[in-house]
Design a protein around this ligand. Structure first.
Ligand SMILES: [Zn+2]
Length: 469
């Protein structure tokens, strides 16, 4: 008897659950039917991967994804928004693979000693908006930012791109993200450590602790400082900062989150050591050569390049010119890195876009536009467009399924099912690259308007943020 009651109760519960499920399904279908539709008519498509434009095409956006692409007219609902592209070029939204949205400058020690969380947050939100209006629908942050900015962007509280932060820079004592002053004792708390913007890691235990803390604070990947730098205080650029065990510990923690490590690596030994430990994204990689290319291609690793580092005007900036140790470091770096671009052309690897600006919003706006230009100067329009779109998307999604905040669709391509992150450009960027919003000058450039005129429409996640058609 008892058994029968139990069975019928179970049956009742099951049928209730089924009824519920049916209601949910009906509701979902109704919601799907109401997903907003936008159709781009008469556009030439650069799809992110191919060296050609698909002329006179039509693209239907439904909700936040690309629903269909066709050479013929697409049938849409009466309430669909129709945008006549008039032969302009539809491209994927651009992807920045190495920014620092929280770091406003003017120098790293100045941020350590003279800024509060409010300064960082306000700067970060203004940078996020500027990036989106420069056509970047996705930004990977290479250190100094946690999950707060992304939460605010994704909740629609502020305007910005999809955002992949790295949490605190992981840096050894005296390494490239040690921003304390000379007399600061080991282990002293600072602005950067309190806000989890940079952490000193000097053992496998430290690396594990602060790497895990980064993911806890909203990082989507880790950033490890494996080399020194030019304008930083304590570190020769040739520094091999972390031991193989420490690097491997960072990779192991990242992999436990399904994600990966990006490493700031200059010297050949640093790059090869990082790759050997399982690092998937080499940042700068200035000693790049064909042997490194072979290892990278074997492992499916990526490099990001900040080409402004090769601007001759760099030797004249006060942070280098007026600081003898930095000037010497810059001279030796210039000599050692002179084959970077030729090697990269000779032995290509998958390359992401990197601006690496630390400074005011206006200064970064100029630097981004100039970095776009240098990409074309060195690598031509097609390679540069791939770097800005599909390769950037591959790099962003190295975060894996369960740590990626945007796991439902592809980034950086115009394909059926991809996220609806697109731009409409006034011109053909494969013929005239300047339509992506390049700037001709870095030092001494005039302040730029928020958004390049030739980027006539910006859509992220199916939402239009600019439309001057
Ligand atoms: Zn950087």
């Amino acid at each position: 008897m008892k058994k029968v009651v139990l069975t019928s109760t179970l049956a009742l519960m099951t049928s209730m659950a089924l009824a519920n499920e049916q209601a949910v399904t009906e509701q979902t279908t109704a919601e799907q039917a109401l997903l907003p539709q936008t159709v781009f008519k008469n556009v030439d498509i650069f799809n992110g991967t191919e060296n050609k434009l698909y002329e006179n095409h039509h693209v239907l956006i439904e909700g936040n994804k690309i629903k269909s692409i066709s050479g013929d007219e697409i049938t849409v609902r009466d309430d669909a928004l129709i945008i006549d592209g008039k032969g302009k070029t539809l491209t994927p939204g651009f992807i920045e693979n190495h920014a620092h949205l929280m770091l406003m400058g003017p120098s790293l020690p100045a941020m350590e000693s003279g800024k509060t969380w409010e300064d960082f947050a306000i700067h970060g939100s203004r940078m996020a908006q500027m990036y989106l209006m420069q056509g970047f629908t996705t930004v990977r942050d290479a250190g100094g930012a946690n999950g707060g900015l992304r939460r605010a962007i994704d909740a629609g509280e502020i305007i910005g791109p999809r955002y992949y932060p790295s949490g605190a820079f992981l840096s050894t004592r005296g390494g490239h993200a040690d921003f304390a002053n000379y007399s600061a004792p080991v282990g002293q708390e600072s602005n950067f450590t309190r806000l989890n913007m940079a952490q000193e890691v000097d053992s496998v235990g430290d690396v594990k602790k602060y790497a895990r803390n980064n993911f806890r604070m909203g990082a989507t990947q880790l950033k490890y400082m494996q080399s020194g730098g030019v304008v930083s205080a304590f570190d020769p650029w040739q520094l091999l900062a972390g031991s193989p065990e420490e690097l491997s510990a960072a990779v192991a923690v990242a992999e436990s989150y399904g994600s990966y490590v990006m490493a700031h690596s200059y010297r050949k030994e640093a790059i090869l050591g990082a790759l050997d430990a399982g690092v998937m994204s080499i940042e700068h990689g200035f000693s790049f050569d064909c042997e490194i290319a072979e290892v990278m291609n074997d492992k499916g690793a990526y490099i990001t390049t900040n080409l402004t580092a090769f601007d001759p005007g760099l030797m004249d900036i006060p942070a280098i010119k007026n600081v003898p140790s930095s000037y010497r470091k810059a001279q030796s770096a210039t000599e050692s890195f002179k084959n970077y671009i030729p090697n990269m052309k000779k032995c290509p690897v998958k390359r992401g876009f990197q601006t690496d600006c630390v400074g005011s919003v206006d200064a970064c706006n100029i630097q981004i536009a100039y970095e776009k230009k240098l990409n074309n100067d060195f690598f031509g329009p097609y390679e540069s467009l791939k770097t800005l779109t599909s390769i950037g998307g591959e790099i962003a999604t190295l975060t894996g399924d369960f740590t990626n905040p945007y796991p439902e669709a592809k980034l950086g391509v115009i394909e059926v099912g991809a996220y609806a992150d697109v731009l409409l450009l006034d011109g053909n960027p494969l013929q005239d690259f300047s339509v992506v919003g390049t700037g001709d000058k870095w030092f001494g450039a005039e302040k730029r308007v928020d958004s390049p005129e030739t980027i006539q429409l910006i859509m992220k996640d199916g939402v239009i943020y600019k439309n001057t058609l």
